[in-house]
Design a protein around this ligand. Sequence first.
Ligand code: FAD
Length: 237
Amino acid sequence: MFEKGLPGGQITSSSEIENYPGSAQILSGLDFMAPWAEQCMRFGLKHAMDEVTRISKNTDGSFHIALAGGKSEDAKSVVIATGSTPKRANFEGEAEFFGKGISTCATCDGFFYKNKEVVALGGGDTALEEALYLSHICSKVYLVHRRDTFRASPSTIEKVKNNPKIELVLNSSVKNAYGDKMGLNGLIVVDNAGHERDISVPGVFVFVGMNVNNSILKQEDGTFLCDMDEMVMLWLI
Ligand SMILES: Cc1cc2nc3c(=O)[nH]c(=O)nc-3n(C[C@H](O)[C@H](O)[C@H](O)COP(=O)(O)OP(=O)(O)OC[C@H]3O[C@@H](n4cnc5c(N)ncnc54)[C@H](O)[C@@H]3O)c2cc1C
């Protein structure tokens, strides 16, 4: 198995997992995934920390796996489970202040905003869970969502609605981010009626979905190694 990051995948950045079948205890993502690696190793998994840059086909039908370190491997079959990467919301100023106040990972960057006000953007499970996580660190979390209903589990929605440190800013989207050389100073959000609101915060967390990591299947001529579907997240070849 080639893994470019921490074994365990993106769930290792979650602060608490409470919806996994059979797991009665609420665990952090890191604690949750630790036994998975241990169990795989017990079954003889060979694990290497390296990034796969491209998978292509050899003339004999086997697969060629090019690695970032410069080496390569050949295999008769390949399972690709490269997951996904957080999407950007694409508002004005997002790219300019990304990494200077705008982030997609609360567990990585939340502590920079201890006792400060922040915005969490989005309305799915990740946005709500991360808003709850941020509410333990920050003085206030504005949860900005373009609709007035959430696509998250009912228990999470309930927790968010009952959290006095979270203010819901619904039916609203971000017009632009503003700041200076030091970083982000805030956001202008606009509601469905066209009213603008200035939310002055040093931190904004964007949780608006994920992009499938399928670039390693892209061949030199721009085609993909196998049929693609934007929504497919796991490929078996
Ligand atoms: C903050 C957060 C909280 C979440 N909370 C929950 C929750 O409570 N319950 C729940 O069910 N789900 C939760 N999720 C979603 C869950 O983490 C994902 O659904 C799950 O991790 C997807 O698993 P995956 O194996 O498809 O992909 P990933 O976990 O993304 O794993 C893909 C792996 O492939 C590696 N990789 C990618 N490209 C390459 C390459 N080219 N070469 C080598 N390695 C590569 C990556 O490093 C990564 O480790 C949460 C996610 C986040 C970010």
